[in-house]
Write a protein that binds this ligand. Structure first.
Ligand code: SAH
Length: 684
């Protein structure tokens, strides 16, 4: 079987599809999967076990045989719980082949071979009958098919099908029901992930304000979920406008309908303010009584004693199509619409005629095109006025009235800034969605001032530049295909490609970049990559081995991107600059490598290294895409909230209890391969 894997090529800035051979076997997917995180989720596991025991007893009390259907068995965990609780037989269905194979091994190792049948199929392909996958319909339905949005992994159609074809009427379901909660808030910070705020530019000839086209004001954006670790959002970053209310619930023991629908609730604002954001999370009751409850409520709603960190279930941020002023005590109506896989929200001031049969649910479509060009962190970055002012200060230093300026970055505001600051001629490559920029330039009356070049940098010709030479080459740099921090070094490759068009004394901004590194102890993130051993008494080491095997496969032993503002950590070493990239020169033929050691200055568990890029715009102004600062003597770190940093998890964790037994240093070898644009690394 051939597998195609998408990968960005950092030397061309383009997405490429790599064909993987027979031996590939989904290593990347397994190495980066969420199974370990789920198995470390004690709260979830304990409550599933309690719910399953209760369901098996209820069936037994009725004098029936307990026949379990476990859809999406993964490691087989929930089926093994059911078998231990006394179920007579379990059908464990898993669509992902490597996992189904692992489940077979785990079930056997734990001695449940006679009680559990693993079926490697999608549940909708499972057959029932004497010659079928299942001998008969089940009377207990166990699943864990939920994502942060509850329904995003297709739980509803899977349940709908299972009730029609795979389980008996009146079956017991674990979980029994789910409830989705909402809370209305105002938040400049979160709203900045969805709309472009006016950008202030202090130019020599006075202040100018860059505005967004009016289409963006009313644009509902894109339907993809914004899921974050809301527990890392301080209360000072938002204002609560309503109580928490239940938006809707789903009873999994009854037939489930997956067809699109709407739900409406009435809210009475606790405060006057601007309704912008709906925060949302869910909980599940494992049994009908509601006594066994597993909740994703954030810290300001839930008592800290029941707190469980997890990354596979977080909280959702939904953006209302436009901000709506609300008055304290003056009722408003919040509507949630959903299709089979996603949810979106609207706010109304008056109660609309409720005509259920007539509900036309249309998922939001971005009309302004900005939401297709910029994702949420990118909106946040472009709205960061502090960051923008660093670029403005730098541009002011290098631009002259007769500058011929070329900008290379995706969806960047730099060409507009350069124009506002007086550059005579500004050209830019803008990536896709040029139509948005046409509207954007028009909204700012500069459509004839900036020229968009619809060619790749390698194909730049002097006719694009009206036979002039480029005097100032600028980039943020930012490219949408970048996954890891150093992928934005594509700027260096593009700069190299346009070398023949540069004037002899041309300025390149940023003039250089540097790679920085620090050793850290994570508060929680370590869980997602740490072995489980046993889970609720079941041996799941086969799963650990499988992940380790995938990590060792070819180049999978690499750093992975994480937005660290969501994942607290403390620094165990000082930050260290490990490589520099001089954009004033072209990309060299040879690799750039470095070796060295980094001293540990605090005690703690060395979970891994964090790496990020800093861009030196001009000699004395730089911007960091990683560490902002280390806040106290404990070493708590503050990270750039708009960027993902690279995390390299060490294969074994080094722990130091006292300062005397501190391992003094971690040694590293880092290599930037100029042919591939990738960085490989090794630590000891
Ligand atoms: N039950 C395990 C794993 C849950 S993860 C546990 O609780 O630890 C969900 C799993 O369901 C994934 O492995 C996914 O591949 C599988 N899955 C999702 N929908 C499915 C379906 N309709 N049929 C079969 N497998 C499904």
């Amino acid at each position: 079987m051939k597998t195609f894997c998408g990968r960005a090529n950092p030397t061309t800035g383009a997405m490429e599809w790599l064909e993987e051979g027979e031996d590939y076997d989904y290593h990347q997917e397994i190495a980066r999967s969420r199974y370990a995180d789920m198995l470390h989720d004690k709260d979830r596991n304990v409550k599933y076990y309690e719910g399953i025991r209760a369901a098996v007893s209820r069936v037994k009390e009725r004098g029936e045989k307990a026949i379990v259907l476990d859809i999406g068995t993964g490691t087989g965990l929930l089926s093994m719980m059911a078998a231990s609780a006394g179920a007579d037989f379990c059908y464990a269905v898993e669509v992902f082949k490597p996992m189904a194979d692992a489940a077979v091994k785990i079930v056997e190792k734990n001695g449940f071979r006679d009680k559990i049948k693993v079926i490697n199929k999608h549940s909708t392909e499972v057959t029932v009958g004497p010659d079928g996958d299942m001998q008969c319909r089940a009377n207990i339905l166990v699943t864990e098919l939920f994502d942060t949005e509850l329904i995003g992994e297709g739980a509803l159609p899977t349940y709908e099908h299972a009730h029609k074809y795979l389980v008996q009427e009146g079956c017991e379901a674990v979980p029994h029901r789910a409830r989705v909660y909402v809370q209305l808030v105002e938040s400049k910070r979160m709203w900045s992930w969805n709309k472009l705020f006016p950008v202030r530019v202090e130019a020599e000839d006075g202040e100018k304000i860059i505005v967004s086209p009016s289409e963006m004001e009313k644009c509902p954006g894109v339907p993809s979920v914004c899921d974050i670790q809301l527990n890392q959002m301080p209360l000072s970053d938002f204002t609560i406008l309503s109580d928490v209310v239940t938006m809707f619930s789903v009873d999994f023991s009854k037939p489930v309908r997956s067809a699109s629908t709407c739900y409406r609730v009435q809210l009475e604002p606790l405060k006057s303010g601007k309704a912008q954001i709906v925060l949302s999370w869910w909980d599940i009751d494992m049994d009908p009584s509601g006594m066994i409850n597993c909740s994703m409520a954030p810290y300001w709603v839930k008592s800290s004693s029941s707190f469980q960190w997890r990354d596979h279930w977080m909280q959702c941020v939904y953006f209302l199509p436009n901000e709506e002023p609300v008055l304290q005590g003056e009722k408003v109506y919040l509507t949630a619409c959903r299709d089979e896989y996603s949810l979106w929200y609207n706010l109304q001031k008056v109660r609309e005629e409720e005509n259920k049969a007539d509900v036309r649910v249309e998922s939001p479509v971005c009309r302004c095109q900005a939401h297709l060009l910029w994702n949420r962190p990118r909106f946040g970055e472009l709205n960061d006025q502090n960051r923008t002012s660093q670029y403005i200060k730098s541009l002011m230093k290098v631009l002259k009235a007769d500058s011929v300026c070329l900008c290379i970055s995706d969806g960047s505001l730099l060409p507009v800034l350069a124009h506002c600051l007086g550059a005579k001629q500004v050209q830019c490559f803008l990536g896709n969605v040029l139509f948005f920029f046409v509207k954007f330039f028009r909204a700012n009356n500069i459509e004839d001032k900036i020229k968009i070049i619809e060619a790749r940098p390698e194909l730049l010709s002097s006719s694009h530049l009206e036979d002039k030479k480029i005097s100032v080459l600028v980039g943020e740099p930012f490219f949408t295909t970048s996954l890891l921090p150093w992928h934005n070094l594509y700027f260096w490759y593009a700069r190299t490609a346009v070398t023949s068009h540069l004037a002899s004394n041309a300025t390149v901004l940023p003039q250089s970049a540097s790679l920085h590194m620090m050793i850290v102890e994570f508060q929680d993130l370590w869980r997602i990559r740490s072995p489980c051993g046993t889970c609720e008494g079941f041996d799941v080491q086969t799963m650990d081995d499988m992940i380790q095997n995938s990590l060792n496969f070819r180049e999978s032993k690499e750093a992975e991107p994480h937005p660290l503002w969501e994942y607290p950590c403390k620094s165990l070493s000082d930050p260290q600059q490990v490589l520099t990239f001089d954009f004033r020169e072209t990309v060299p033929q040879h690799c750039l490598s470095t070796e060295g050691s980094i001293n540990l200055v605090r005690k703690g568990k060395s979970h891994g290294a964090v790496l990020w890029m800093e861009y030196n715009l001009i000699a004395d102004i730089s911007v960091s895409t990683g560490l902002i600062h280390i806040s106290n003597e404990k070493g708590n770190c503050e990270w750039n909230p708009h960027c993902k940093q690279a995390v390299y998890f060490f294969s074994s964790v080094i722990e130091s209890e006292t300062s005397s037994d501190l391992p003094s240093a971690v040694t590293y070898a880092i290599n930037f391969n100029t042919k591939t644009g990738e960085i490989s690394m090794d630590f000891k």
